[in-house]
Design a protein around this ligand. Structure first.
Ligand code: FES
Length: 101
């Protein structure tokens, strides 16, 4: 198994019963997910996987995304944030302005 260098988990607001409740879904995190997948393809980035998660319990900061295994929690209010995060990943840095603290 090839482990990705960056596994990006985008919150889909799923709860244990399968329902979507929470800020990330209401703020259209699924559109952000689609943009992220397209941008990764357009940039021909390798070693990056994308997945959807349940609520990560930081709803008030949402939409949120985690870069694993680095463990960087990001707020992703829009596609500009995703661009900045992907730029940082390409440059082997961190998008400090979008980090959750
Ligand atoms: S709904 Fe995304 S962190 Fe809770």
């Amino acid at each position: 198994m090839n482990k990705p260098a960056h596994h990006l988990f985008v919150c889909g607001s799923f709860r244990a019963n399968g329902e979507r409740q929470g800020v990330c879904h209401k703020k259209d995190s699924m559109s952000l997910l689609s943009y992220l997948q397209g941008e990764i393809q357009d940039r021909m980035l390798e070693g990056i996987e994308v997945a959807v998660t349940g609520c990560m319990n930081v709803c008030v900061k949402g939409p949120v995304m985690v870069d694993y295994p680095a463990g960087n929690y990001y707020r992703v209010p829009n596609t500009d944030a995703l661009d900045a995060i992907l730029d940082a990943i390409e440059g082997d840095t961190v998008a400090e302005e979008f980090l959750l603290t």
